[in-house]
Write a protein that binds this ligand. Structure first.
Ligand code: SF4
Ligand code: SF4
Length: 473
């Protein structure tokens, strides 16, 4: 096997020998200050880094240089994403699963977990509960089960979700995280109007992957690794990648992740829309202490910072797996989307979960409500954003990327964040959150650089107070 970034074969674009050579190169050069400084300067041009260059920065252990990497990550985060943080929530449809993933409590052999699949009526209740919290953007989650969770069930659920209009609520973007599937099924998901197709690789190390996935369709490494290619062939141009850090050595998976991003860019001309950085955590019959590769907070921060500077145009996501403190730290280093008020059980938003009926995929560390998370973000000086404008304006794939790369996106994101935050404050926020939000909006609206856009945003904000909704640039 030879390494070839634009190959359609998993073992060529995620090439084991290339990863090993990259890791050796990073080890051999980790004390080469001149080279590391050159790479930091290159990254400051905001054109990204190769997997090899990024691996070297990740390996660097000299405190002053690490400080410079963190500083640059913060600068790039500020340049492309400002102080906006996009909010979303996961929605678990079904935890029936035929796979044997040993790190996930939904694995087929787990007899202790409560199994549940939502009916369309139950989905309505969940969506109304989510709308009443203020959410506009969801990530659908479902286990892989050809007879219980077929593609028709997922498509019907998406249709149900988009159809629910309750008070001023609406789910405006549904991202979907379901098992690797066929080009034809991806085409159907695209036609159903999904936002991003999300699929985590878990680990790029083939042998470990096969050990971690002993049974079920997911055990096929190549089929899983080539899923994003099929999604793109099926017309989905926003894809979200991620690995579960802790399953394998973080260095290997970090390089694999960036090679995967380079592959999509080389083959389809557009990299991943988002990268998620989950870490292994405990749940039901899973104990995180059984995974010797689990990573420390320090390494986690470094990974986030180096991904930020290696792929500046790709959004980065963390979930409520992370604690409040850990989330605070990585928000400034590069995270642009977070979940809030999440329930990781099936049916968890409409009902209070009974301890004897726990169907959760993982234990939530950050258990605060959406209002508490929004309030906290405002206190930290961030603008919580409920924006879904790009998807609804057809700004996806390379159209989206060229806008981001030209810097034009800044004229959309800022005002959209303020207008969607204003909607949230009017319809869902507590009194304290509302006060903090209103004063932040007053300050931020004056900072919109383009006078024409500023004028329209001020007018729209006023109309939102008067009851109008759904403005966007
Ligand atoms: Fe099923 Fe996904 Fe859990 Fe694996 S990770 S057991 S495929 S739900
Ligand atoms: Fe995201 Fe587009 Fe909204 Fe900016 S304008 S926050 S890129 S959806």
């Amino acid at each position: 096997m030879i390494y070839q970034a634009d190959s359609s074969k998993a073992e060529e674009f995620i090439n084991h020998e290339e990863i090993l050579e990259t890791l050796e190169y990073a080890q051999a050069n980790k004390n080469n200050r001149v080279l590391i400084e050159q790479l930091i300067e290159k990254a400051a041009l905001c054109k990204g880094l190769t997997h090899k260059e990024a691996a070297l920065l990740l390996e660097c252990d000299q405190p002053d240089l690490i400080e410079r990497i963190f500083h640059l990550a913060k600068e790039i985060k500020q340049k492309f994403y400002g102080n906006r943080i996009v909010m979303f929530a996961p929605l678990y449809l079904s935890n029936y699963c035929v796979n044997g993933c040993i790190y996930c409590p939904y694995h087929a052999k787990n007899k202790t977990i409560a199994r549940k699949k939502l009916t369309q009526e139950e989905i309505c209740k969940e969506v109304i509960a989510l709308q009443d919290m203020g959410h506009k953007r969801l990530a659908l989650e479902a286990g892989e089960h050809p007879s219980l969770n077929p593609i028709e069930y997922i498509l019907e659920s998406i249709q149900t979700i988009y159809s629910i209009k309750h008070k001023n609520g609406a789910i405006r973007r549904v991202n979907v995280n379901i098992a690797a599937t066929t080009v034809e099924n991806y085409r159907r998901l695209k036609e159903a109007g999904i936002g991003t197709y999300i699929l985590f690789q878990e680990t790029y190390h083939k042998e470990n992957y096969e050990n971690l996935h002993p049974t079920g369709p997911k055990s096929n490494y190549a089929y899983h690794t080539e899923a994003m290619d099929r999604a793109m062939e099926g017309g989905i141009d926003d894809v979200g990648m991620g690995v579960l850090f802790g399953l394998n050595t973080f260095r290997y998976d970090f390089v694999g992740l960036l090679m995967h991003a380079e592959h999509l860019e080389a083959r389809f001309g557009v990299g991943p829309h988002t990268i998620s950085v989950p870490r292994i955590c405990s749940a039901d019959d899973i104990d995180a202490r059984d995974f010797p590769n689990a990573i420390s907070d320090e390494i986690f921060s470094k990974i986030v910072a180096v991904i930020r500077i290696a792929v500046p145009y790709t959004g980065m996501i963390i979930s409520t797996r992370e604690s409040q403190e850990s989330r605070r730290k990585v928000l400034e280093l590069g995270i642009s989307q977070i979940s809030g008020g999440s329930r990781t059980s099936v049916g968890g938003y409409a009902e209070t979960e009974l301890p004897t009926n726990n169907s959760a995929q993982f234990d939530v560390s950050d258990t605060r409500s959406l209002d508490e998370v929004v309030n906290w973000l405002l206190e930290l000086g961030y603008i919580p954003s409920f924006c879904t404008a790009c998807y609804r304006e057809g700004r996806t794939g390379d159209r989206f990327m060229s806008l981001v790369k030209s810097g034009q996106i800044a004229n959309c994101c800022g005002p959209n964040a303020l207008m969607t935050l204003k909607e949230y404050l009017e319809d869902y926020a507590s009194e304290d959150t509302r006060k903090k939000g209103v004063s932040l909006i007053q300050k931020e609206v004056e900072r919109i650089p383009n006078p024409k856009i500023r004028e329209i945003a001020i007018r729209n904000l006023k109309e939102i107070t008067e009851g109008k909704r759904d403005f966007r640039f």
